[in-house]
Ligand binder design. Sequence first.
Ligand code: SAM
Length: 288
Amino acid sequence: MSDSVHPAPERLPGPRVWIVGAGPGAPDLLTLRAARAIERAEVLVVTDSLVSPQIIALAPPGCECIRTSTLTLEELMALVVERAEAGLRVVRLHDGDPCLYGALAEQICCLADAGIGVEVVPGISAYQATAAALQTELTVPGLVQTIVLSRVGGRTGVPASESLARLAALRASLCLYLSARHVEEVQAELLQHYPAETPVAIGYRVSWPDQWLTVVPLSEMAQASRERALIRTTLYVVSPALAPPEQARSRLYSPSHRHLFRGGAPEDGPPDSSASAGRARSAATPAD
Ligand SMILES: C[S@@+](CC[C@H](N)C(=O)[O-])C[C@H]1O[C@@H](n2cnc3c(N)ncnc32)[C@H](O)[C@@H]1O
């Protein structure tokens, strides 16, 4: 196995920075690419409260560790640019996946302005870790086929077109980040759209040793959060898929669903094509 970090598709000349998703917490939920980047880091920049000490410990001896909890983004980026311009390999670690609520856009712009090439390494996001811990599919056929990842306004705000009311009206599997402080308003708004008994998973520090994870009816979401005094590192997953009907079954694996790799003609199309969907829907009954 090569020990090189996978090259970015396009490189700016000069030193490079790796922006790496550290996953939800458990060190063994790091990707191999993330682990390799950390193992080769000369400077590790990390929000210590959100990244496990065991992940930080993967950095080699002599690697400088910059902890960011008390820094502004400007201060942090000044340190990153300085180290990268000095020719050091800088790894900026983010919890979960960097593309979600990680100020990735600002960092990439700042590094591009400085002419520093960047590689982004994806990570497992909190919603994926939560679904896995619950052994749940968030896209159950015939029930829900859409996942929404969002947050409530708070200080950052969200565009009016993405108001919680509009998202809730979809009745999709709704994963809410950064929202525990506003759980009372969230519950009240969601109750306008989802039935009160809709299951809500509440995950605190999912995949960490002190993980707390429960599923309650929507009408008890705020009370359950209050009882645990949840404020941060909490994810809500509101979804009918957390209590799917017994007959829910993927058409893709149904004996009656033919496709290219299982006795089907190419014109059968993908599993979602309307012709095959109609056939398979009638097959996806308890009689299967
Ligand atoms: C700044 S956002 C970063 C999200 C991260 N980039 C991701 O993909 O999971 C931090 C929020 O993510 C959620 N979060 C991150 N890790 C979590 C975990 N292990 N358990 C539960 N929620 C988590 C919480 O909503 C937390 O407030």
